[in-house]
Design a binder for this molecule. Structure first.
Ligand SMILES: NC(=O)C1=CN([C@@H]2O[C@H](COP(=O)(O)OP(=O)(O)OC[C@H]3O[C@@H](n4cnc5c(N)ncnc54)[C@H](OP(=O)(O)O)[C@@H]3O)[C@@H](O)[C@H]2O)C=CC1
Ligand SMILES: CC(C)(CO)C(=O)C(=O)O
Length: 307
């Protein structure tokens, strides 16, 4: 099974690297700077689950991409999606399955419109990872999971084949027969975490320790949960019940990747992760006072960053 990992940043580098480490046929589609880094220093993963340096991992740049791949594992940020699509389009043939790992949901519409719904699986990952100043992939906590599945819930032959390839390389890889529900639940959790930690500039533990902090966190979770419910995906599955506890754990150092990006002065997925959720909530007339404040904050950050 030929796997093209689009991007070798935090999550692409991590999950693609683990697959490569396990001997899977992985190629990273990268831009020139990352290609140079990987050629000279290798793909370096620092992780509580085991460090590894993969010397000269196979890479390709967009203008050299000619072959079709069986699987495209998409790991760009939402604001790079259009450019990434142009870059990997040549790799998509009639039987290619695209697995997006982006947070949010709107990328599914964009990918469907360009490649056809039948080529786009549902996908998500749960991990805390970052690309360090040394351009190493750093996993910040042991937690890791990646899921993929047909959006109609069928356990198809292609999903079984992907599962076999992924499971043998990645701890926490799972074929899901309810991936749309899983993606919504992840979105509810992530958007609540990202909105709160970015707005408060603090970890969950420090927000909980502040006056009104617990009410704010739980209030935002109520708002995002109501949007999911109004959209036909009421949260409440095992994943959701587990992660909900993460938002109320005293002393928890947990933050979202969005907050880490803000601290590093990097662009954020404000519209994709929070703005799109608000648009869906507005359409369903869900009151969203807390989420709206967080969104205004993120857009102000973007404005400030643009100068
Ligand atoms: N980091 C985390 O802990 C988690 C992140 N997510 C989600 O995963 C997604 C990716 O996040 P993350 O890995 O942190 O982001 P990063 O910025 O670390 O990585 C994204 C990578 O995509 C690459 N890229 C963008 N466009 C192209 C292109 N046209 N061709 C080749 N490569 C391209 C970038 O390359 P370049 O270096 O050239 O800019 C970059 O290395 C986001 O949607 C995020 O919300 C989900 C769960 C956890
Ligand atoms: C939910 C979480 C925190 C872990 O996957 C995440 O997706 C992120 O930080 O972007």
């Amino acid at each position: 099974m030929r796997i093209l990992v689009v991007g070798a940043g935090a999550i692409g580098g991590y999950f693609g690297g683990r697959l490569l480490q396990a001997g899977r046929d992985v190629t990273f589609l990268v831009r020139p700077r990352r290609a140079g880094e990987l050629a000279s220093a290798g793909l370096v993963i620092k992780s509580p689950n085991g460090d590894v340096t993969l010397k000269a991992p196979p890479t390709v740049e967009a203008d050299k991409l000619k072959d079709k791949f069986d699987v495209v594992l998409l790991s760009c940020k939402a604001f790079d999606l259009d450019d990434a699509i142009k870059s990997f389009a040549a790799a998509v043939g009639p039987d290619t399955a695209i697995i997006p790992m982006l947070n949010g949901m709107k990328h599914l519409d964009t990918l469907d419109a360009r490649f056809g719904k039948e080529r786009v699986l549902g996908g998500l990952c749960a991990i805390a990872a970052t690309l360090s100043e040394k351009r190493e992939v750093v996993q910040l906590q042991p937690m890791q999971a990646i899921s993929y599945g047909e959006r109609d819930g069928k356990l198809s032959d292609r999903v079984r084949a992907i599962d076999e390839a992924f499971k043998s390389g990645i701890v926490g890889a799972t074929a899901s027969q309810n991936i749309m529900q899983d993606m919504w639940e992840k979105w509810v959790f992530l958007s609540s975490l990202a909105a709160s930690t970015s707005l408060m500039r603090a970890s969950v533990g420090n927000i909980l320790a502040a006056p009104g902090g617990r009410d704010f966190l739980l209030g935002i979770l109520d708002e995002t949960s109501e949007i999911a419910t109004a959209s036909g995906y009421p949260p409440g599955g095992p994943f959701f019940e587990r992660v909900k506890g993460n938002l109320t754990t005293e002393g928890s150092p947990m933050t979202a990747s969005m907050f880490r990006d803000i601290k590093a002065g990097l662009p954020v997925e404000a519209d994709h992760v929070v703005g799109d959720l608000i648009a869906r909530g507005d359409a369903a007339k869900v009151p969203l006072p807390k989420l709206r404040i967080a969104y205004t904050h993120l857009k102000a950050y973007e404005k400030q960053r643009a100068g």
